[in-house]
Design a protein around this ligand. Structure first.
Ligand code: SF4
Ligand code: SF4
Length: 197
């Protein structure tokens, strides 16, 4: 009996030293390892097309599109976690492949807020951090693309004008040649008529 009690005491003391199962699961095996875990969103500014499908499908209007000073993406989604219900529809509808530009549990899984207050919880947003250099690079690429497009359009226009001019010149030549041919034909007709007399 005394031996059993001693054994229980040792077991309880050992249990106090060891982290409890729930703590062990959370700390050593974070929830993001679960294939069905839905955590905070991760927004990939570099592959997002700015199509707004995620914002349109969100059932609680938790997504707003924040404009960018470039053409594609012209805006990026920002998610208000204070009203998000973590349904995952935004991720499902996102058309980018093979990676989704918006992905739940793709980012930081930490949901604890320091010193929560009404203000901090009502302004709890997930935003993509877009580097300024990336924006500048995209602007340069878009300018270059626009320049090439302008050049191509100018070339096509010049080609079309040259073709039109060539056609007009050919027509003019043809109309100059026609009276001469007609005159020659009338002369030969008159000559044959004279012979016939
Ligand atoms: S998970 Fe659902 S509620 Fe949250 S932002 Fe996406 S679509 Fe909206
Ligand atoms: S995250 Fe996806 S669905 Fe949302 S705007 Fe970007 S590409 Fe479209």
């Amino acid at each position: 009996m005394i031996f059993e009690i001693g054994e229980k005491i040792i077991r309880v003391m050992k249990a106090f030293k060891e982290p409890r199962i729930a703590i062990k699961d959370v700390v050593k095996e974070p929830a993001h390892k679960s294939p069905i875990f839905r955590g905070k969103h991760k927004i990939r500014y570099d592959i997002c097309t700015g199509c707004e499908a995620c914002a349109k499908i969100c059932p609680v209007d938790a997504i707003v599109m924040e404009p960018l000073p470039i053409k594609r993406p012209k805006a990026l989604p920002e998610v208000n976690l204070a009203i998000c219900i973590f349904c995952g529809l935004c991720e499902d509808v996102c058309p980018t492949k093979p990676e989704k530009a918006i992905k739940l549990s793709g980012g930081d899984i930490e949901m604890i807020v320091d010193n929560p207050s009404h203000e901090s919880l009502s302004d709890w947003w997930v935003r993509a951090e877009v580097p300024e250099e990336w924006i500048e690079q995209k602007k340069r690429e878009e300018e270059e693309k626009a320049r090439k497009k302008r050049e191509m359009m100018a070339k096509k226009k010049a080609e079309a004008e040259a073709k039109k001019k060539a056609e007009e010149a050919a027509k003019a030549k043809e109309s100059e040649a026609k009276p001469e041919a007609d005159a020659a034909e009338s002369e030969s007709q008159a000559a044959s008529e004279e012979k016939g007399e």
